[in-house]
Write a protein that binds this ligand. Structure first.
Ligand code: AMP
Length: 357
């Protein structure tokens, strides 16, 4: 077997909850984790062997960090791709910088997905305020304007309808490159989460039904229902094609709208994903463990689901008044991320509930 030997160092760029959960999985497998993050009080370094505090623009610090790691991975998309390309020339970066480069731009990822055979919402790239009217004439007034880059959890988005003040919408996306998307009249949302090894083996978890509120994931649940189940195999084929095309290593997430006309590609994340948190308790091998297995060259663990009914609920903003109820139900697994400040709209933790009868 040709995998990184125990005690090797897994580097993670980012110090949030995804990095924390990857770090726990990596240390369980016998690896040392080195976190690189700008914040001294980040939640991932609390559970990791090593920590470098540095900005994502500090190439010297990043190179020094990389030299300490046997493999480097990342928990989020908004790191300069040029920097990652420099790291990738000398060190092992998984997934590769190309995957991140495509996922950083909503326009680029839609074009790429279309090339791989995806159906996407109709869209128009926007670079100036004046282009919005003409694009609405093309797409219809029922639309969403989103910043092309740096948007997450519904941030940098504005819903557009006939009564919207377009200058306000342009301000809301930060007056920068954007994408105008037709509003998709979907029945439900789901994600395909896969892991691809460096030999090209691909394994999927089941697809949960995902419910968003104000653009933020609120709940993922299984069974996902007949519509999603009937669209899962087509969505998986596309996700597999995307992963192969990118020569991808690690966990890849693709979010879909389930519509009356089949699955519509929404977006991709070159990383573990919030809609896969239920895999920690409810499958044989979690998304975090298989990501670490893939990037360290280990064979993958089974993704088999262990319960017929599963609900994962995000704790967003002030969750404190729910705590008593959560911990007094013995089917619940509580994850609090340890963030010091409760902020409205901030993901503070999640709860996974497994039903056995
Ligand atoms: P996104 O950041 O693009 O994933 O958007 C967050 C959420 O907003 C999605 O999960 C959907 O619930 C909703 N959304 C985004 N784009 C569209 C669209 N084109 N049509 C309908 N709903 C959308």
């Amino acid at each position: 077997m040709n995998f990184l030997k125990p005690g090797s160092v897994v580097g993670i760029l980012g110090g949030g909850q995804l990095a924390k959960m990857m770090s726990i999985a990596a240390s369980t497998l016998g690896y040392k984790v080195h976190i690189y993050a700008p914040e001294a009080d980040n939640i991932a370094s609390e559970v990791s062997a090593r920590f470098t505090q540095g900005s994502y623009d500090d190439l010297d610090a990043l190179m020094k960090f990389s030299a300490d790691c046997n493999v480097i991975t990342y928990e989020f998309e908004n790191i300069q791709v040029e920097t990652l390309k420099k790291i990738e020339k000398k060190y092992v970066l998984r997934p590769n910088a190309r995957a991140l480069e495509i996922a950083q731009s909503r326009v680029a990822e839609k074009k790429f997905a279309e090339k791989c055979g995806a159906v996407t919402a109709h869209y128009v790239p926007i670079s100036k305020r004046e282009e919005i009217e003409a694009s609405i004439a093309k797409l219809g007034a029922d639309a969403i304007l989103k910043s092309d880059r740096l948007g997450y959890d519904g941030k940098g988005q504005a819903r557009i309808d006939e009564s919207t003040n377009l200058s306000g919408a342009w301000m809301a996306v930060g007056q920068r490159d954007a994408i105008l998307e037709e509003y998709v009249d979907f029945e439900a949302e789901f994600s395909v989460i896969l892991t691809r090894t460096f030999e090209g083996n691909v394994i999927f978890w089941d697809s949960s039904k995902n419910v968003h509120q104000h653009g933020i994931l609120k709940q993922s649940s299984l069974p996902a229902g007949p519509l999603i189940d009937s669209q899962r195999s087509e969505a998986r084929k596309l996700a597999n094609r995307i992963a192969d095309e990118l020569d991808y290593i690690g966990v890849l997430t693709i979010e879909f709208f389930a519509t009356g006309n089949g699955p519509v590609f929404n977006e991709m994340a070159p990383r573990v994903h919030n809609s896969g948190h239920w895999t920690i308790e409810a499958t044989v091998t979690s998304q975090f463990e298989n990501h670490i297995r893939a990037i360290t060259g280990m064979p993958l663990g089974s993704t088999r689901t262990l319960s017929d009914r599963i609900e994962m609920e995000n704790l967003i903003g002030d969750y404190t008044d729910q705590l008593d109820n959560i911990i007094s139900d013995n089917r619940n697994h509580l994850h609090l991320y340890g963030k010091d400040k409760i902020v409205e709209g901030r993901k503070m933790g999640h709860v996974t509930r497994l039903y056995f009868d």
